[in-house]
Ligand binder design. Structure first.
Ligand code: CTP
Length: 419
């Protein structure tokens, strides 16, 4: 490649520097959208494609999208020592898509082109968004490489499930560029704050949404939980490096990037899914609104009106208290268990009593009502600790509350991360 003048240099001054590594997979075309999102939101983006990535998207596209010349090899512009400088000066490196080959090279410290050299010299947060066929993703070699990278603090986003190249369907799709952008934005914020991927190597379980207790094939008893707080918790934990299992009860929200989502309906289904995932989790957060009761009888056919007669009273039975069960069982030593309490009055006294009754480590207490909390983007809460602590979180985005909850969990986790 001929040497080019870097016209984007002057415009880049003062902006966070993001290196967008692109390895050779068909999903490279989606990284164009990520480049655009990053540049439009005020980041100085430098694309570093691998040689094989250029088979999918050419250098001219990367150059036009980022305003910088594009190099793939360490032999270009040698006087500027790009193989060292690009990584050293980056505030964030994101590799999207990251192929199995690229992950293997990164895990083993190989450095045979500009991108792999950049990965070795970067001291900033590094995000990998893998994309490949399911078999390649699930292969023990890839899984071990991913575990190595996570242990070292890299954020490896779980691939999405869906249509892959050709006729195949399964886990291995590159998550939506918007979702990768969100992970990058958070990683940059945490990088700037010096807090990094503090949940790397941890497995966490979050429940979200609201359970539905079926009465007959078309009716259920339910609640108004949207799932937004639980989803914010899941996204935040993934952005802080955790492997996240999100057990989602009837939420209409799209699957967050990099999170394993298990969809459930009733309380008994939620209990089964959460208990299974909790068996090897470092932390469990029960943000779901769980029905305390379910109909005693499930009618297999639709319940009909009977002439002019008044209906029979509805007989209910108690559901198990999942949070209390989790708090009592703790299948993994040092596991942190967190509950939520939605209260309409006497919020703090009810919260304190509930924390004691459930036996969890933390209880996030918030006030709910007709217009408060349900479905909204904001929340206000006090996080009560079993150790007597009280952490107020002022009214603000559900993400902010999620960050505080993970801060408090991280403080309570045993020292050595496992993976
Ligand atoms: N929870 C649970 N299993 C239940 C009910 C609730 O695991 N059967 C969990 C919720 O996920 C939440 C916490 O317990 O984390 C508190 O939920 P809440 O409905 O406020 O508490 P309840 O025990 O149902 O108390 P209340 O009598 O106030 O409804």
């Amino acid at each position: 490649m001929t040497q080019q003048r870097d016209e984007g240099q002057a415009a880049a001054a003062g902006k966070p520097k993001v290196v967008l590594g692109v390895s050779g997979g068909i999903a490279a075309y989606k990284a164009c959208e990520l480049a655009r999102r990053l540049t439009e939101s005020g980041h100085d983006v430098r694309a570093v494609p691998t040689e094989s990535a250029l088979h999918f998207v050419g250098a001219a596209t990367w150059s036009a999208l980022t305003g910088h010349p594009v190099a793939t090899e360490v032999w270009e512009s040698v006087h500027e020592v790009p193989h060292v400088r690009i990584g050293q000066s980056a505030d964030l490196v994101v590799v999207a898509p990251a192929t199995a080959d690229l992950l293997a090279k990164a895990a083993h410290g190989l450095a045979d082109d500009l991108l792999t050299n950049t990965l070795l010299t970067a001291r900033c947060p590094v995000v990998f968004a893998p994309a490949m066929h399911t078999e390649m993703w699930e292969h023990p070699a890839t899984q071990e490489n991913v575990a190595t990278l996570r242990r070292r603090g890299a954020l490896v986003i779980e691939p999405a499930v869906g249509r892959l190249t050709g006729k195949d369907t399964g886990k291995g799709r590159l998550p939506d560029p918007d979702a990768i952008f969100d992970v990058c934005r958070r990683a940059l914020l945490r990088g700037a704050a010096g807090s990094g991927a503090d949940l790397a190597g941890r497995h966490v379980v979050v429940s979200a949404g609201g359970t539905r207790e079926p009465l007959d094939p078309v009716r259920f008893l339910g609640n108004r939980s949207s799932g937004k707080q639980g989803y914010a918790l899941a996204r935040t934990a993934a952005a802080r490096g955790a492997r996240v299992t999100l057990v989602s009860a009837n939420s209409a929200l799209p699957d967050p990037a990099g999170v394993d989502v298990v969809r459930v309906g009733s309380t008994l289904e939620l209990r089964e899914a959460v208990t299974k995932a909790a068996a090897e989790a470092d932390a469990v957060v029960m943000a779901a609104a769980v029905a305390d009761f379910r109909p005693a009888v499930y009618a297999t056919g639709k319940i009909k009106k009977k002439d002019d007669r008044e209906p029979e009273p509805l007989a209910l039975v108690r559901n198990p208290d999942i949070l209390a069960e989790l708090s009592a069982s703790r299948p993994r030593s040092g596991q942190v268990v967190v509950g939520f309490a939605a209260e309409t009055d006497d919020v703090l006294p009810h919260g304190r009593a509930k924390l004691a009754a459930k036996g969890c480590d933390l209880l996030v207490v918030n006030e709910v009502g007709e217009s408060k909390t349900f479905g909204s983007e904001e929340n206000e809460a006090v996080v009560l600790g079993a150790d007597g602590s009280e952490t107020p979180v002022p009214y603000g985005p559900k993400e902010t509350l999620a960050e505080t909850v993970w801060d408090l969990i991280a403080e309570r986790l045993p020292a050595a991360p496992r993976e």
